[in-house]
Design a protein around this ligand. Structure first.
Ligand SMILES: [Zn+2]
Length: 453
């Protein structure tokens, strides 16, 4: 069979792998390219094969760099099923619709400001396209094998990382082709460890942190410290956070800190409708995380939910020690910007980032110590304290991925190292061959290889 690396080769976004069995074409993940413009332009290029000629999509998880191109694929003619776990389908419903909104907003903005070179800027896809794509989802439970025809079977196995996230396994007779998807961490506070894979003849492994180890500092203790110090000064802690996954980890940490009396019982606001919807899924999909019923209830009771714009404004006018969790995580857009304008000028406040801040984002400027940031076209003075906890990550680091690989019995005949920046992927390829003695290489974008299946 032929496998084409149609994305996530030498980069961390645009996960798309096309398997051609000779009779059918199966796409594993259908992600958006994000980040640098030269990558984003690939979202506008013609898909490597006509979408109507693809028979099925297997989706590892809901993050947009794995799922975000689905609305365009369906609009352009893909008619087949999209296999995903129930939690992935529900998260996609939230994320793809939001992505459709963002695409429409971006096009409208470009048209208003006439910076598009085209006559009329068009969105990559619309909310209606996203809704149509949702109709083709077909839920499959974790570990359940489903037939893809021609003696080929697919299965989605728990990967940790995010609610519903899976490792994708394709099997024909005794041969298997395994895609790691995004691998979670063995000791995450909310998500379970990724399951061990017994065997893989061909393995496609992610390498986001292929050349790095996560900091071992205790994120929860640091959050506690910041909240205590800020509350003592009468200030507010603003936590910009990605709405899905990270926001829930932070809520859980604050719940535990309150439970153990390590922080005062101050109001905590979750100001992001998307984060509220995502949190609801933790109630329903209990088997894919470690939280007990009491933990989830406690997490909810710890925060005050703010859905409407009025509720959001009411928080901004509050003058008392509080914690506000709001999206987006790199302060590039969303409600967190309104809070930033209020919080940043007051030295009693603290802006606490809880994730990687990509270069060029407002978050990165703040973490780098800029004392002025532009928000909604106006300069805003920053006198609040700013810090960043970077020990939170939903991805296994290089040692953790290696430990996961060691559990595979027998060497895969070939490993392809994907989903990493060039340096990370190459460092991880080297580690695999030195420490495990396996055949490993980093494929090129659009490279086509033969896989035994
Ligand atoms: Zn992911």
């Amino acid at each position: 069979m032929k496998l084409i690396f149609a994305g996530a080769a030498g980069t961390v976004t645009g996960s798309r792998y096309l398997l051609d069995t000779g009779r059918a074409r199966i796409l594993i993940d259908c992600g958006l390219f994000q980040g640098y413009k030269q990558l984003r332009l690939r979202n506008w290029a013609r898909f490597p094969v006509q979408p109507r000629r693809i028979d099925a999509v297997l989706l590892s998880h809901a993050h947009l760099d794995h799922s975000g191109y689905l609305p365009a694929l369906v609009r352009d003619g893909f008619k087949g099923p999209i296999y995903a776990t129930p939690a992935t389908r529900e998260l996609c419903e939230i994320l793809l619709r939001d992505s459709g909104h963002l695409q429409e907003d971006e096009a409208a903005f470009a048209n208003r400001h006439k910076y598009s070179r085209h006559e009329q800027a068009k969105p990559l896809y619309t909310v209606a396209d996203a809704e149509r794509a949702m109709e083709q989802f077909r839920e499959v439970a974790f570990e359940e094998e489903f037939s893809l025809g021609d003696g080929l079977y697919g299965a989605l196995l728990p990967a940790g990382h995010l609610l519903g996230a899976s490792i994708v396994r394709l099997r024909r007779r005794k041969r298997t082709l395994v895609f790691s998807g995004d691998l979670g961490r063995p000791h995450d506070s909310i998500m379970r460890a990724p399951v061990a894979i017994e065997s893989a003849d061909t393995l496609i492994v992610e390498s986001t942190y292929g050349n790095r180890l996560h900091a071992s500092d205790d994120g929860e203790a640091r959050i506690g410290e910041v909240i205590r110090e800020t509350a003592a000064k009468g200030g507010t802690v603003l936590i910009p956070s990605f709405a899905v996954g990270r926001a829930q980890t932070i809520m859980f940490a604050i719940y535990r800190l309150k439970q153990s009396g390590q922080i005062p019982d101050l109001p905590v606001f979750l100001d992001s409708p998307m984060a509220i919807d995502a949190t609801e899924l933790y109630r329903r999909h209990r088997r894919s995380h470690r939280l007990s019923v009491a933990d989830v209830r406690g997490m909810y009771q710890t925060v005050r939910l703010s859905r409407t714009a009025e509720e959001s404004k009411a928080i901004a006018n509050l003058r008392m020690p509080a914690v506000i969790i709001s999206a987006s995580g790199m302060a590039t857009g969303g409600r967190v910007l309104h809070h930033l304008k209020q919080i940043a000028p007051d030295p009693r406040n603290h802006i606490l980032f809880v994730g990687f801040q990509a270069g060029g984002t407002r978050g990165a400027h703040l973490v780098d110590g800029d004392r002025e940031v532009k928000i909604h076209g106006q300069w805003c003075e920053v006198r609040a304290q700013v810090s960043n906890i970077d020990s939170y990550s939903a991805h296994a680091d290089s040692a953790e991925i290696l430990a996961w690989l060691r559990k595979i019995r027998g060497a895969p005949s070939q490993v392809y190292v994907c989903h990493g920046e060039p340096g990370a992927s190459d460092a991880f390829r080297q580690r695999i061959s030195e420490q495990l003695g396996w055949q490993a290489r980093v494929p090129e974008h659009l490279e086509c290889v033969d896989v035994p299946l």
